[in-house]
Write a protein that binds this ligand. Structure first.
Ligand code: FES
Ligand code: FES
Length: 174
C-alpha cells in the first residue's frame, strides 16, 4: 500500500489540505481532485511547457514557472500555485487573455494556458524590474521561447505578449 503524505498548500488563493501518494503529479491532482482542467497535459515529460503553472515558494516571492506534469504534489508544502483559472475567466478575461484573442495568437489553443502563465510571470518580473525597450524581445524569448506550439503560432504569441507588456505603464523604460 502506498504511503500518503499530509500536505497543505494554496491553489488560486484557496487553501488545500490533503494527503497524497508520493508520486501523484500536480497536473493529475488539479484535474481530478480540484476539477481544474485548464492546465494541459501534452508531452508529460517536462519538455513542451503546456502544463506550466506559477508557483510562489514563500509568500511575497516572485512566482516561478512550475511544470505540473512532472512535479509531485507531495513537494508543494506551503507553496502557492496559480493556474490559468486563477488569472481570468470567460466573464472577466485577463489582459493577457484578451491580447491573445485580439492578436489571434492561438489556433487549437492546447498550448495557450502555458503561454498565459508564462506571460503572467513575465509581467510580474517586469513590474519588479523593468527592461529597456531594446531588451524586450529577449525578455519575451526568455519567458516563452521554450514553449511548444504545434500549430506554430509563435509570431502572433510574441506580438500579443509585446502588446500587453507595452500597454502597461512602467514595464519598459525608454
Ligand atoms: S506536459 Fe508538462 S512539459 Fe509537456
Ligand atoms: S495553438 Fe495549437 S498547439 Fe498552440
Amino acid at each position: 500500500m502506498t504511503d500518503l503524505i499530509p500536505i497543505q498548500f494554496h491553489v488560486n488563493g484557496r487553501p488545500v489540505t490533503t494527503r497524497v501518494p508520493t508520486d501523484l503529479a500536480l497536473l493529475d491532482f488539479l484535474q481530478e481532485e480540484l476539477g481544474l482542467s485548464g492546465t494541459r497535459m501534452c508531452c508529460g515529460i517536462g519538455v513542451c511547457k503546456a502544463c506550466t503553472v506559477a508557483a510562489r515558494r514563500v509568500p511575497g516571492a516572485q512566482a516561478q514557472p512550475m511544470l505540473a506534469c512532472s512535479t509531485p504534489v507531495a513537494l508543494l508544502q506551503g507553496q502557492s500555485i496559480t493556474t490559468v483559472e486563477g488569472t481570468g475567466s470567460l466573464e472577466k478575461p485577463s489582459a493577457v487573455q484578451m491580447a491573445f484573442l485580439e492578436h489571434f495568437a492561438f489556433q487549437c489553443g492546447y498550448c495557450t494556458p502555458g503561454f498565459v502563465m508564462a506571460t503572467e510571470m513575465l509581467l510580474g518580473r517586469l513590474r519588479a524590474q523593468p527592461v529597456r525597450r531594446d531588451q524586450l524581445d529577449a525578455a519575451i524569448e526568455a519567458a516563452v521561447g521554450q514553449h511548444v506550439c504545434r500549430c506554430t503560432g509563435y509570431v502572433r504569441y510574441h506580438q500579443a505578449i509585446r502588446a500587453v507588456v507595452l500597454a502597461e505603464k512602467g514595464l519598459v523604460i525608454a
